[in-house]
Write a protein that binds this ligand. Structure first.
Ligand code: SAM
Length: 284
């Protein structure tokens, strides 16, 4: 019986006397169809080295080990490490690492485990740190073909959203600068044990070789984006001027916005990625 079977998950949890830790975002997958959807979306083959973040009791790890060349799985909860080792002892292509993914040097891990060649990330992410994990993968430029991740549905909407919508923000722009996002599936709470309070979604982010827009100073562009959305109800001029992270005067901001041909009263939430890049170039 596979680990994804609810009866098997219960058996493992009871046998090992495991207690769920809410603070680690532990909602284990117990739905075979959803597991298959994740595997289809991730399109893992024997040529792939997979990094799994938060393997839990090994439900996805088991499915990944049957498809991938190698799986490296990083789990924070020490109580799960012996359970993972026991559940996955039949697979020689799995390495379990006990650690906090936000403290692991992922680039170094990819270098050590896969000679620096791009990996595929597959994860049912702990919801309390979804955005920091995604930002870490993107901003640290982890060599990565794709990241297929289960996230809260609302976070998936933020990753996919376009200017002028309520979900549009710094996460949308960061994801869309580095990756092309595909929405793979909506997943209801009853597919997990214990059940989360919200719907979830599977999303795949395909890393671009080259970002879709070019910008001279990437850092400045992302500082402008953060400034714009930290105070999203303000006009862009005032948001830039009021931001502690930018040493740009109101006059300089207004002049650059005019030079780009934007409305002087424009808000950041109306600007596309290309327009943020143009503004960064005007201010560079
Ligand atoms: N992959 C399993 C599944 O699908 O059933 C478990 C998914 S559960 C949503 C999230 C997992 O991430 C838990 O096992 C949790 O302990 C682990 N986790 C939480 N924070 C973590 C961190 N900072 N680093 C590594 N793993 C973490």
């Amino acid at each position: 019986m596979k680990l994804v079977d609810p009866k098997k998950t219960i058996e493992v949890i009871q046998k090992q006397d495991f207690s769920f830790r809410k603070r680690f975002g532990q909602n284990f997958l117990i739905d075979m169809h959803v597991l298959e959807k994740i595997m289809d979306a991730a399109a893992v083959t024997r040529d792939d080295h997979v990094l799994e973040i938060g393997p839990g009791i090994g439900t996805m790890t088991e499915a990944l080990a049957e498809r991938a060349g190698y799986v490296t799985a990083v789990e924070i909860d020490g109580d799960l490490i012996p359970i993972l080792r026991e559940n996955l002892k039949g697979y020689e292509n799995v390495d379990i690492i006990h650690g906090d993914i936000l403290k692991v040097d992922i680039n170094k891990l990819v270098e050590e485990k896969n000679g620096g060649r791009p990996i595929k990330v597959v994860a049912n992410l702990p919801y309390y740190i979804t955005t920091p994990i995604i930002m870490e993968l993107l901003e640290k430029r982890v060599p990565m073909i794709s990241a297929t991740v289960m996230v809260q549905k609302e976070v998936a909407a933020r990753m996919m959203s376009a200017p002028g919508t309520k979900d549009y923000g710094a996460l949308s722009l960061a994801v869309q600068y580095y990756c092309r996002p595909y929405y793979a599936a909506t997943v209801p709470p009853n597919c997990f044990m214990p059940r989360p309070n919200v719907d979830s979604a599977v999303i795949r982010l395909d890393r671009y070789d080259t970002p879709p827009v070019s910008v001279r100073n990437e850092r400045l562009m992302f500082d402008l984006i953060r400034a714009a959305f930290e105070q999203r109800r303000k006009t862009l001029v005032n948001a830039i001027n009021g931001s502690g992270r930018l040493a740009i005067t109101k006059e300089q901001a207004a002049e650059a916005i005019a030079r780009c041909g934007f409305d002087p009263m424009v808000r950041g939430e109306a600007l596309t990625l290309e327009q943020f890049a143009a503004l960064a170039d005007a201010l560079a």
